[in-house]
Design a protein around this ligand. Structure first.
Ligand code: AKB
Length: 310
């Protein structure tokens, strides 16, 4: 029987929805406490309403439930963040500080903090973005992730807090919807395809971005969290890569299943964000340290998305 009790902060988001279920499968429902600002449905086991900007509230949940691990997933993403920069900075940083401080004070064994490809900006090799490239983000979300990476490194060095992190690319899954990201189009496109609607894309046809199918994202997260401590050489956040494709290429892969599928392009402010991000991530540190290897390519992802959404 597992001794772990895991708290997931931001459990109702795109990733939290699926990760919570996976952790419940691994550790058992009674060992996973899910939390978010609002309850999504009554069938969520062990759900707690939690505002992670409230230090006392986070501390109470941790103490009351004897939490041993925290997955901190709450954040405002790249596109939505640009609509209210100061509020985004405040929420993203405050929630992280609360999680780090509560973890330090109450000796939490492991913490997960998601970073993002949004930490990168223009002055990098976009076709082969290395782990230790310049970090000059163009969005407040990206700035909060760079700062977050430095803070988790600080907590590890200064207090020995075992915080682990991945720089997620765009995440694509059928179980949940993303909200407020620049990569969201790559989920929406499938929802339109299965109902035979024309998809209006907010990025230009050739905008290649790093993406990853949900199963790979969940597996990478759990593999990192379960890796022996001595294998973790990156204490900021690991580059991880899955698939890189453009709107034109994903549309083409959908046409294999829906030959009449139509896409039109109407780039908006998100184009500039996407243009500042890498196209292809080099994830050799993750491969070397904890044997990371993605399983899904574009073809398999499209097949799986369509089968499940239908
Ligand atoms: C976004 O588009 O903001 C996110 C991300 C890449 O972190 N999906």
């Amino acid at each position: 029987m597992s001794k772990e009790v895991i708290l997931i902060v931001g459990a109702n988001g795109q990733l939290g929805t699926v990760l919570s279920q996976k952790l419940q499968q691994i550790y058992g429902n009674s060992h996973v406490i899910t939390s978010d600002l609002f309850k999504k449905n009554d069938s969520e086991p062990n759900f707690i309403t939690l505002d992670a900007t409230d230090f006392k509230a986070v501390e109470d949940v941790v103490l009351k439930n004897k939490i041993t691990q925290i997955y901190h997933l709450a954040a405002i993403l790249s596109a939505k963040g640009e609509q209210n920069p100061l509020a985004t900075w405040s929420l993203n940083m405050k929630t992280l500080f609360n999680v780090l401080e509560v973890s330090r004070l109450h000796k939490i064994q492991k913490v997960f903090f998601p970073s993002s490809i949004a930490v990168f900006g223009h002055n990098i090799d976009k076709e082969n973005t290395l782990q230790y490239s310049n970090l000059t983000p163009t969005t407040v979300y990206g700035m909060s992730k760079v700062a977050g990476e430095n803070w988790i490194h600080y907590y590890y060095q200064k207090y020995g807090l075992d915080v682990r992190s991945l720089r997620y690319p765009g995440v694509i899954g059928y179980q949940s919807l993303p909200g407020g990201g620049t990569t969201d189009y790559a989920v929406d496109i499938y929802h339109k395809a299965i109902i035979n609607e024309v998809f209006e894309c907010f990025l230009a046809p050739k905008t290649t971005l790093p993406m990853m199918y949900m199963d790979d994202v969940i597996r990478a997260t759990i593999e990192l969290m379960e890796a022996p401590k001595e294998n973790i050489s990156v204490r900021t956040s690991y580059n991880i890569a899955g698939i890189s494709f453009s709107p034109e290429e994903i549309a083409q892969s959908i046409k294999e299943f829906y030959p009449d599928f139509k896409i039109k392009y109407n780039p908006d402010f998100r184009q500039a964000i996407a243009d500042s991000w890498p196209k292809i991530i080099n994830d050799s540190e993750a491969r070397k340290d904890w044997n990371w290897k993605p399983a899904f390519d574009l073809k398999l992802m499209t097949k799986t998305m369509i089968k499940n959404l239908k």
